[in-house]
Design a protein around this ligand. Structure first.
Ligand SMILES: N[C@@H](CCC(=O)N[C@@H](CS)C(=O)NCC(=O)O)C(=O)O
Length: 226
């Protein structure tokens, strides 16, 4: 019996990843949404998550926190979360770990805020470097693995790597980030994913506003809501 503790759909990028995996792979779970504040570890979450962060997956009451740990646990129990081919699986893990541990400039400047539809702006050099690296990861995975096996996702079929980059897709969409054609095509594939659309509907129905996120959005040309 799985229970997923997760945060606000509009803002909680890490929550999206775990939720998307459970939903895409049709793994039965009880959804337990909690309010996040977007300011790091939060004592309010300590009752269900040891590090004060969500997502946290409870398995018959046993807590598993941190997105990659949740993904690996689910992959040990359920088929299809990682690519079948050994080298594709290794690459999917490399890019998932790179997402998990990197891209701090992009994350800091463009927090996930699904409701926004901004005009776009020239990006600071370090943020643009992160965007370029994401676009490169996507194009390389599609060319080397996705297109070879068929299927529109990074490694063909939807896998953990796609879930790991899902919040970046929302960021590129919200902040109107210019992308080369291969990356733009993958962004659009992800925006059409049924799980992404379901999460977006939940986000659009939420009312909480993070003023510190909205302030960051101003440099991208206003804060028009979707
Ligand atoms: N490394 C963690 C990061 C989790 C994280 O930063 N979660 C945020 C929400 S996206 C959180 O719980 N923040 C506490 C709060 O804002 O209340 C993971 O991979 O799950």
């Amino acid at each position: 019996m799985y229970t997923l503790y997760f945060g606000n759909c509009n803002y909680s990028s890490w929550s999206l990843r775990a939720w998307l995996l459970l939903r895409h792979f049709e793994i039965d779970f009880t959804a337990h949404q909690v309010e996040v504040l977007g300011q790091g570890p939060n004592a309010r979450h300590r009752g269900y998550s040891a590090n004060g962060l969500v997502p946290c997956l409870h398995v018959d009451g046993f807590p598993i926190w941190d997105t990659l740990a949740i993904a690996e646990f689910l992959a040990e129990r359920h088929a299809g979360l990682w690519p079948r081919n050994e080298l594709a699986r290794a690459r999917a893990r490399s890019v998932s770990c790179e997402m998990h541990s990197g891209f701090t400039a992009l994350r800091g400047a463009m927090p996930m805020n699904i409701k926004l539809r901004l005009n776009g702006a020239e990006l600071p050099v370090d943020v643009q470097a992160d965007v370029d690296r994401v676009a490169e990861i996507w194009a390389d995975a599609r060319a080397e693995f996705g297109e070879a096996v068929g299927g529109p996702y990074l490694f063909g079929s939807f896998c953990v790597a796609d879930a790991m980059f899902a919040p970046v897709v929302w960021r590129f969409n919200a902040y109107n980030v210019a992308l080369p054609p291969a990356a733009a095509a993958y962004r659009d594939t992800m925006l059409a994913h049924p799980g992404m659309k379901a999460w977006e509907r939940l986000a659009l129905a939420e009312h909480q506003a993070f003023a510190h996120y909205d302030a960051l959005a101003e440099r991208f040309g206003g804060s028009r809501e979707a």
